[in-house]
Design a protein around this ligand. Sequence first.
Ligand SMILES: Nc1ncnc2c1ncn2[C@@H]1O[C@H](COP(=O)(O)OP(=O)(O)O)[C@@H](O)[C@H]1O
Ligand SMILES: N[C@@H](CCOP(=O)(O)O)C(=O)O
Length: 324
Amino acid sequence: MAVFTQVAEEEARELLRRLQLGELRELRGIHGGIENTNYFATTDQGQFVLTLFERLSPAQLPFYLRLMKHLALHGIPVPEPHAVPGQKQENLLLEVAGKPAAVVNRLRGHSELAPGARHCAEVGAMLARMHLAARDFPLSQPNLRGLAWWNETVPVVLPHVDPDQAALLRSELAFQNHVAASSAYAALPRGPIHADLFRDNVMFEDGELTGFFDFYFAGVDSWLFDIAVCLNDWCVDLPTGAHDAARAAAFLRAYASVRPLASAERQLLPAMLRAGALRFWISRLWDFHLPREAALLKPHDPSHFERVLRQRVAHPPALYAATS
Ligand SMILES: Nc1ncnc2c1ncn2[C@@H]1O[C@H](COP(=O)(O)OP(=O)(O)O)[C@@H](O)[C@H]1O
Ligand SMILES: N[C@@H](CCOP(=O)(O)O)C(=O)O
């Protein structure tokens, strides 16, 4: 479960009054997620989520919260964080039970864990709208799970893997460092990205997308990396990791109908699919072999992204037709 810190009803009621979000009717711990403490809070004015940040530093949080606010104000369906009326509106970071906290709108619906081409198209189109809407977001924070982190973390996980896996980690990391030094990479359009937009971070209701959430891995990186992370989750078969060409084409066509891909993006798409697989293989190996004290849930299976990476290396998919 993901209630690491208990919140007294009285404290939540007082906070929601200060935020002018109404009178608390129900406060319910959310039994999902692994990073933060989350509660659903229902008031006479609406439904909200109260999050207490258990690990993220208060210095990192304004980027995520203000990005969500910015996107919400630009019409992208994401949880909108609330500030105390009368205080600076960019001050979205609150304190509850001695922890940094936020109150955001609750999205309607549920995650679609067995998506079809139509779901993938909706996510692709909304991702492109989100990238464009974030172009003028004034804050900047790097993708903290980007290349620099892979270079730091691969040596940490190497002692825990077999020689074949170690060889793949080393060679793929070398390949990604080589790609990152290329002129095509320098030409990739960049901006704030979600960076973890898996099936469980998107809501649908009656087949319609109702929102993206869990922005706590967001950062400034190439838009293509965000696309690759999505393709590697939404458009592969679980658990084999095999590429699903129909879903990938639907995703890319919808994305490109909102923002056509640049030539550098079309060129580097196969490399970036490998990058997206490497990123989550490394983080899952790290979580699996070096578990954090507070992690209460069983870590995700690292071998899934090893399979996805091997497939991406052996069979670079021909996706270009869908991108122009
Ligand atoms: N804004 C929201 N609207 C609706 N449900 C939410 C919202 N935020 C979180 N949830 C629910 O809480 C669960 C855990 O949230 P998540 O952000 O994944 O937690 P963690 O950051 O701890 O991994 C989600 O799977 C979702 O069901
Ligand atoms: N999507 C990542 C894990 C990130 O955790 P989250 O539950 O906070 O989205 C993975 O599958 O490895």
